[in-house]
Design a protein around this ligand. Structure first.
Ligand code: SF4
Length: 224
């Protein structure tokens, strides 16, 4: 058996979280799947809020892969420097600027500027790993996916959806696989958003608010 919760408890937990966080969805502002992809790449190890502060001006200048790719074709170094200026208030901005420029170039050259709805092809793009590909497929294309970020990792272990025998506390891939086997497929993306919101607003990393937590009767409180 994966995790410690029964099917009934998991359903109840998902229902409570859905009622508690009806607004739970991707918090990264974007106007297209391409912009979503770039925003997720920029969000690595930084908050969605800080990404949302820099993307409006950046996307106003370069709204799609072709426009950024054209600028890079004229002068790649200058394009990377310009992107760096747009995003310099977020962590690892130099690396991210390079990745975003190369991502736009590869997307334009290999995929006609269109973000592929393909898990493997997405991961061929610079700066795109498993979690980013899963987010793009879930949020951009409406697929049922379970991207595992820091909140999903922590909260799913605490609750007992996943235990250490199923997946290490830092093992996002094993945690994703375990969650795929206990959460009904049609509720995967919903569960992903709910667990993130719960981690953000209640099950804080340092100070979980167990006294007022709506799922405290179900949660096994591991590591708290
Ligand atoms: S009871 Fe505490 S540890 Fe469990 S989900 Fe709620 S806040 Fe997190």
């Amino acid at each position: 058996m994966i995790g410690e919760l029964s099917k009934k408890e998991i359903k109840e937990m998902l229902d409570i979280l859905a009622q508690t966080y009806p607004e739970a969805e991707c918090a990264l502002d974007h106007g297209s799947i391409y912009q979503l992809l770039v925003a997720v790449v920029l969000s690595a190890q930084t908050t969605d809020k800080s990404v949302n502060r820099v993307t409006p001006a950046f996307f106003a200048k370069y709204p799609d892969a072709e426009s950024l790719s054209r600028a890079a074709a004229a002068d790649e170094e200058a394009a990377v420097a310009e992107v760096s200026e747009f995003i310099r208030s977020i962590g690892m901005y130099r690396t991210k600027a390079k990745n975003v420029v190369r991502l736009a170039q590869k997307l334009t050259a290999d995929f006609g500027g269109v973000v592929p709805q393909d898990f493997e092809k997405l991961q061929e793009l610079p700066g795109v790993g498993r979690k980013t590909a899963n987010v793009v497929l879930a949020v951009g294309f409406g697929e049922n996916r379970m991207p595992v970020d820091t909140h999903v990792l922590r909260v799913s272990h605490r609750i007992g959806l996943v235990t250490e025998k199923d997946a290490g506390l830092k093992d996002a891939l094993a945690t994703e696989k375990a969650l795929l086997s206990v959460i009904p497929e049609k509720r995967l993306t919903e569960a992903h958003h709910s667990l993130i919101f719960h981690g953000r607003y209640c099950c804080d990393a340092r100070r979980p608010q167990c006294d007022t937590c709506p799922i405290s009767k179900i949660c096994k409180r591991h590591g708290v």
